[in-house]
Write a protein that binds this ligand. Structure first.
Ligand SMILES: O=C(O)[C@H](O)[C@@H](O)[C@H](O)[C@H](O)COP(=O)(O)O
Length: 260
């Protein structure tokens, strides 16, 4: 697993804009070399802030939107179209503004979909969708994601993997259902750490004072059960994208400022 690298930006707006520019370049390069790109989106304010910045980015349409596969790291298990669903918020922030191929947008199941309120069946169905999309080089479980983005919770959760709860302990399945999540809504579908660690690059988005303690814990060598963000590592790269407020409790030696 790759050692975390850090980039710290002046404030959350600049962090979102810089991360959006970074994502455009990553996707354009993947599409130039492989013909397509595969990205995992995250919910939350920082994740949606990045998507909104991407929608407004001058270079936005350097991306061939029709050859971009989109997946989610987690989803709130609510009815289709619920404003609290991550996919609903992603559509509002960006997806409805760009010409994606709908067959390549892989939203996680809703609670009024084919599996009804059975969150475990919904999670298993998404795991099968991932397996179908994976190639022989992926050992048949998940496709090779170019970038997997994760917002970081104040308690160090990523996706819907919360400290000490069963989902963060999962070592075999790639997608599981979550009940009793401390962050509402309580029922969710989430990738597990084995699925997250299949990504080439994992980007951790942390902006705001309320993330300073989580960043300090996550980068202090804490264990992944107590601090799930510590287990979110990419095969080739693990990149923390922070603003100064979220980096305020980190040892200064850990990072040079990217923007004064
Ligand atoms: O479904 C969710 O809520 C998210 O996927 C969750 O993991 C989020 O990314 C973090 O809680 C950070 O959220 P903020 O960026 O809003 O702090």
């Amino acid at each position: 697993m790759s050692t975390p690298q850090l980039v710290v930006h002046r404030d959350k707006e600049l962090m979102a804009q810089a991360a959006a520019a970074r994502l455009i370049t990553k996707v354009v390069d993947a599409q130039a070399s492989r013909g397509y790109a595969s990205v995992v989106l995250t919910g939350g304010r920082n994740g949606n802030g990045l998507l909104a910045a991407l929608a407004a980015a001058p270079a936005r349409d350097a991306v061939d939107w029709g050859r971009l596969d989109l997946w989610w790291g987690d989803e709130r298990f609510l009815p289709e179209g619920d404003p609290e669903r991550n996919v609903t918020q992603a559509r509002e922030a960006l997806l409805d503004s760009v010409p994606l191929d709908p067959k390549r947008v892989h939203a996680m199941p809703a609670s009024d979909g084919p599996w009804g309120s059975d969150v475990d069946a919904a999670a298993a169905a998404y795991a099968e969708e991932l397996a179908r999309a994976s190639g022989p080089e992926n050992h048949g479980s998940v496709p090779t994601f170019d970038v997997l983005m994760l917002g970081v919770g104040p308690d160090t959760h990523v996706a819907s993997l919360f400290p000490e709860l069963p989902a963060v302990r999962e070592t075999e399945r790639t997608v599981v259902g979550v009940r009793g999540a401390p962050k509402p809504p309580p029922t969710r579908v989430t990738l597990t750490l084995p699925a997250i660690r299949a990504a080439r690059e994992v980007w951790l988005l942390a902006a705001g004072e309320d993330k300073a303690q989580a960043a300090a814990i996550g980068l202090s060598g804490a264990g992944e059960i107590q601090a799930p963000v510590a287990g979110a590592r990419g095969r080739a790269r693990t990149l923390w994208l922070l603003d100064s407020a979220a980096a305020s409790r980190l040892p200064r030696s850990l990072y040079p400022p990217a923007s004064p």
